[in-house]
Design a protein around this ligand. Sequence first.
Ligand code: ATP
Length: 515
Amino acid sequence: MSQPESSLMSRLVSLSKRRGFIFQASEIYGGLNGFWDFGPLGCQLKNNLRDQWWHDMVECPPLGPDGKPLSIVGLDSSIIQHPRTWEASGHAAGFADLMVDCRESKHRYRADHILCLEVFYEKAGVKKPLGVLSALEGDEFDTTIIKKAKKLMQKAGGGEILPIEASLAVPFTTLSKEQQGLVIGLDAENVGTLTEPRAFNLMFHTYVGVFQDEDSKVYLRPETAQGIFLQYKNIMDSSRVKPPFGVAQVGKSFRNEVTPRNFIFRAREFEQMEMEFFCPPEDGMMWYEFWVAERLRWWESVGCRKENLFGHVIPENEVAHYSKGTTDIEYRWPFTAPNFGELEGVAYRTDYDLKQHAAFSKTNLDYIDQEAKRRYVPHVVEPASGLTRGVLLLLAEGYQYDESRASPEWLKIKPSLAPIKLGIFPLVNKDGMPEVAEKLYLDLRQTYTCQFDAKQSIGKRYARMDEAGTPFCITVDGETLKDQAVTIRDRDTASQERVALDKVRAYVAAKLASA
Ligand code: ATP
């Protein structure tokens, strides 16, 4: 099957816009980098994935290793919490990269990615410094440097550039302030265009109340998890849960990402689905392994092919100091293929977070186990996934291209997650057909998301539903009034079946349950 020239990502972006899955935020004002709006189909798809996660995590959690259902409860905590929260969690001090801005090109770079080299030239037998030139790590250092050096040389009135030794280049961060002031930025023409390296915290801040000063400064949460730790004690005291148990939360998180990119993969405002599983310290490793396996299984259950998922065990020297194990659940994204990129992180966080919050808030967060007559701070295993990234996965995984179909581009989304479950059409808008179709629609829409469509040819209507990923289309035709039956078309096979009107409900229920 021949494929279009454009990349899968650009096709996903344009299909998303054309069919109302995802739009650029503030598009009429030129957009705002890193922000996205979910349109009619997109928010339905996102809600369905969220509800499935909530169902499988909170309402009907998996069975534990002993065959008994796990105990997991829900929470919806504030986006803005007491600012001490982020001091205790480490986000206030540590959630930062050192960044350098170029005043001329307006580009921003990670300071440790800029390499600098002092260059000399010779004129009338005298060696003179030409300037400090910079290039980005991974760039072709020599070419960049020589091009810039030649320009500078012209300004200096000509001469001979002394051989450049790229191996002598050093990171921008190791230069003195004076030297930093002499550097020519990567995309700049003039000297001294780079600012000093500044810690760039990824948290957005705002102020609470009338006065805007350090005392009223608060942060938009960069993850939902911390809200769970803050309420862990209240939840235990009010819900009769005790370790091992989990608290799950879905909600918006905000990160001022330096380079938001790859559509909704790395956004500045996004949604997470996180669960903190509290357990006795000695069982931490067992639960960590349990959740890694369980989360891989779950992504498969929502329609991800096994070969596109990968459990990447993070090497010990790369995990956070408090973690006793982290596995990233990775997906083969269109822009990483054949490699994988993060979809969800499963981390064994030990008792770090609860101990930090206990110390910073001066609150005792021990669990007192009455039966075993002991007290301890529970250990925590955290499966932290991205709802926004999950939607991108469903689109990428579901995208199909088949030139022989009325709509070559169509979405094979698992029926239970599809934004619209049923398209309901009168074949033509006369002869009693609209009335029957409308009656069916008014009945079925009480149970399923349905779309009634009486415009354009039936082929075009099927094509529109295929692009939206609608699994079944029901057509009322000229025969219906005689045989009291309709045609039901299956999205995946494009095959049609005749079903009696009074059997449609049962047919659809069975199909949706089995698919
Ligand atoms: P990355 O390494 O991709 O920046 P991370 O390790 O910082 O991700 P976590 O802090 O573990 O991410 O957050 C858990 C999940 O939240 C991620 O697996 C991802 O699905 C989602 N997520 C994190 N940052 C973003 C973002 N900027 N845009 C969309 N989703 C995100």
